[in-house]
Design a protein around this ligand. Structure first.
Ligand code: C2E
Ligand code: CA
Ligand code: CA
Ligand code: CA
Length: 279
């Protein structure tokens, strides 16, 4: 999008100029955000469909911007990827997740595993794995408690490097999940060449899974494919009881979505788990 913007200066409207100014401003703010401790992790629970228990959560970053309020990742992660700041942000995310796991020891959140999102750009960083190892050691976290979510883009470019990074993550004992499964335009070969632990079926298949035959067929096929390969399946974006029942009937392992809970701050999560009010 950036290079496109550069080639179309002659078409710049005032609105686009405003956006460019805002982008530059945001990029400058981003350089201060870590030092000012402005990032937070929200956690979205995943419901185990076989037991009805919540044993895992996905960590989703938010930026508490001093003037603009709470910003969603779409508003700053792409920018951070362009500028390269994503590397430091990713390190912060991993450390924050490990600290959270440490804080949960001896509380009703003790059983939770945490999944963090890493982009392909973050995987480029050679010292990423060392940072993850150090975070696990410094917070005394069992690596099995940490899961990494990666999208299929990592199997399209820079494949050899990425596969070696994945091997190193696995050697640490970290669980690997493929995020947004089914929309990534990559081959299925990586499921053979590189055993992953979980597949997350993209929300776009779940949204109409009870209305559209095609989506139902694809969702069932993905669940069967995964199970036959010994991989667990998470459904993203579950918003209705009907979707949940469909997923249960077809033996999907985990469900995540607004029906169960939105991503929430850790204090709210602890309260909901303590009071048993989550779902
Ligand atoms: P994602 O990994 O696919 O995360 C799921 C997104 O769907 C989250 O948006 C979540 O709030 C939203 N969601 C969950 N359940 C539902 C539902 O039932 N309905 C609908 N409509 N949406 C639902 P969010 O938090 O805005 O995150 C957007 C994306 O930003 C994530 O997509 C992920 O790709 C990226 N992201 C989030 N946190 C991080 C991070 O720490 N590092 C990196 N690199 N990327 C992150
Ligand atoms: Ca994710
Ligand atoms: Ca996803
Ligand atoms: Ca998705």
């Amino acid at each position: 999008a950036k290079s496109q913007g550069r080639n179309t200066y002659q078409f710049y409207t005032e609105g686009m100029q405003d956006r460019e100014v805002m982008r530059l401003e945001l990029d400058k703010d981003l350089s201060q955000a870590l030092a000012n401790n402005e990032f937070v992790l929200f956690y979205q629970p995943q419901l185990d469909l076989a037991t009805g228990e919540i044993n895992s959560v996905e960590a989703l970053i938010r930026w508490q911007h001093p003037r603009r309020g709470m910003l969603a990742p779409i508003e700053f992660i792409p920018l951070a990827e362009e500028s390269g700041r994503i590397t430091e942000i990713g390190r912060w995310v991993v450390l924050a997740a490990c600290r959270q796991l440490a804080q949960w020891r001896g509380t009703p959140c003790e059983q939770l595993r945490v999944a963090v999102n890493l982009s392909g750009r973050e995987l480029d960083d050679e010292s990423l794995i060392d940072h993850i190892r150090e975070a696990l050691v410094s917070e005394n976290i069992d690596p099995g408690k940490l899961e990494v979510e990666l999208t299929e883009e990592i199997f399209i470019q820079n494949i050899e490097h990425n596969l070696s990074q994945l091997s190193r993550l696995r050697e640490l004992g970290i669980q690997l999940a493929i995020d947004d499964f089914g929309v990534g335009y990559s081959s299925l070969g990586y499921l053979r060449d590189f055993p992953v632990d979980l597949l997350k079926i993209d929300r776009s298949f779940i949204t109409n899974v009870t209305e559209r035959h095609d989506d139902a067929v694809i969702t069932r096929a993905v669940i069967n494919l995964a199970h036959n390969l010994g991989i667990q399946v998470v459904a993203e974006g579950v918003e209705t009881e009907d979707q949940l029942n469909f997923l249960k009937a077809h033996r999907c392992n985990l469900a995540q979505g607004y029906l169960i809970s939105r991503p929430i701050p850790p204090a709210d999560l602890a309260k909901a788990l303590t009071e048993g009010t989550l779902f």
